[in-house]
Design a protein around this ligand. Structure first.
Ligand code: G3I
Length: 348
């Protein structure tokens, strides 16, 4: 039913469940998600820092709830994420004396983590974001602790292991700014190299943290085509449309969390002007138009949250910013953007 029902012949339409949606804290949002979407991703609940904060402690509460919700509602359920440089507890890389742990120890930690997490949910997760954000915007391996400790092999090792542990899950590489040719081409070239050596992978997740006019549709289209031409499924992941001016456009600096709040950084604190709501609806319409055009290549389109109230784009990069990037408003009512997307399938 809902939006996902309209797009069911084309691709799954998903959302992310924030931590405040889990554990029965928000039953009305749970039913909204069940009505409107056919895929779910855990926004934070499966990240290493949350699930495995110290070497021998695990906190499965939220992740278990997420997976059970997915099963109960028949969702295409995505695990996010097994190997990422961010939200990592320090113990994985640094020992009690503050010294870097040797490669063998870090590798073992990664292997045990994948075995434990993917193993716990074996058969109940339809796709894993196995590795997240391993490549820089200028097309190099990100010099993360993972890379610095055991080189590029960590990437293929993670995929091999995920396949061994949960053979039925689709395995994905997920990254942002995949519209930058240098980044995308490097990522695809590395994936192809590893595949020739036997690495299992089904698809690439293009995170879509986009703005009202950037990146242009043509750039997104080129990336969808490049991923498909490499023989991989396209997953549009983490979609939302930021309606605020980019902070650095008027701060004159790279995004940093050191900005101080000012009203100038928060132009829509009293509500979204109609003109911008129209632009947002038009942007969503052209995005979904593009996805429909390439439905033969696209397995899933997932928003990064359901209502504007939950979006990480509020309070970012400065606490106090009010954003409107999603298709349901703060009260859970469908916005004009929702209707423009539904309208593509003949619903008004
Ligand atoms: O839950 C804790 C809370 O207990 C603690 O008191 C509070 C104080 O910092 O932090 C809370 O955790 C926050 C968490 O979100 C849950 O709200 C973290 O600080 C905060 O860093 C975390 O932000 C998430 C971010 O990833 C970092 O993990 C965002 O919600 C989430 O939307 C964002 O998602 C990422 C994707 O995973 C990967 N791609 C980019 C995307 C956007 O950054």
């Amino acid at each position: 039913s809902g939006l996902a029902g309209l797009f069911a012949p084309d691709f799954a339409v998903g959302t992310a469940l924030s931590n405040t949606t889990l554990l029965g804290q928000n039953p009305s949002l749970e039913s909204l998600v069940a009505r409107e979407f056919s895929a779910i991703t855990a926004e934070n609940a499966m990240k290493w820092e949350e699930i495995h904060p110290t070497a021998d402690s695990w906190d499965w509460q939220r992740a278990d709830y997420f997976v059970e919700y997915g099963q109960r509602t028949g969702m295409y359920t995505i695990g996010h994420t097994l190997v990422w440089h961010s939200q990592m507890p320090e113990w994985v890389f640094i020992d009690q004396d503050g010294k870097p742990r040797p490669k063998a120890v870090v590798q073992k930690a990664m292997e045990e983590h994948i075995a434990a997490v993917a193993g716990r949910y074996r058969g109940r997760i339809q796709a894993w974001d196995v590795v997240n954000e391993a490549v820089t915007d200028d097309g190099k391996w990100r010099e993360s602790h993972w890379y610095n400790t055991f080189g590029e092999d960590y990437f293929s090792r993670a995929f091999h292991l995920a396949r061994e542990v949960d053979p039925k899950a689709e395995l994905l590489y997920n990254d942002y700014n995949m519209t930058i040719p240098a980044k995308r081409d490097f990522a695809l070239a590395q994936i192809q190299k590893f595949r020739k050596q036997g690495m299992p992978i089904e698809g690439v997740g293009m995170q879509a943290h986009v703005h009202l006019s950037e990146p242009e549709i043509a750039k997104l289209e080129a990336s969808i085509e490049a991923i498909a031409a490499a023989g991989l499924e396209v997953h549009i992941t983490e979609l939302e449309v930021d309606v605020l001016p980019k902070a650095y456009d008027y701060m004159g600096a790279e995004i940093s969390t050191n900005f101080e709040y000012s009203d100038e950084l928060n132009p829509f604190r009293d509500g979204l002007p109609q003109k911008v709501a129209d632009q947002l609806a038009a942007r969503y319409e052209s995005l979904f138009n593009l996805f429909l055009k390439h439905k033969d290549k696209i397995r899933r389109v997932s928003l990064w949250g359901t209502t504007d109230a939950e979006s990480w784009k509020n309070d970012w990069p400065v606490v106090g910013r009010t954003n409107y990037p999603l298709i349901f408003d703060r009260e859970g009512r469908p916005k004009e953007a929702y209707y423009s997307v539904a309208g593509l399938k003949g619903e008004s």
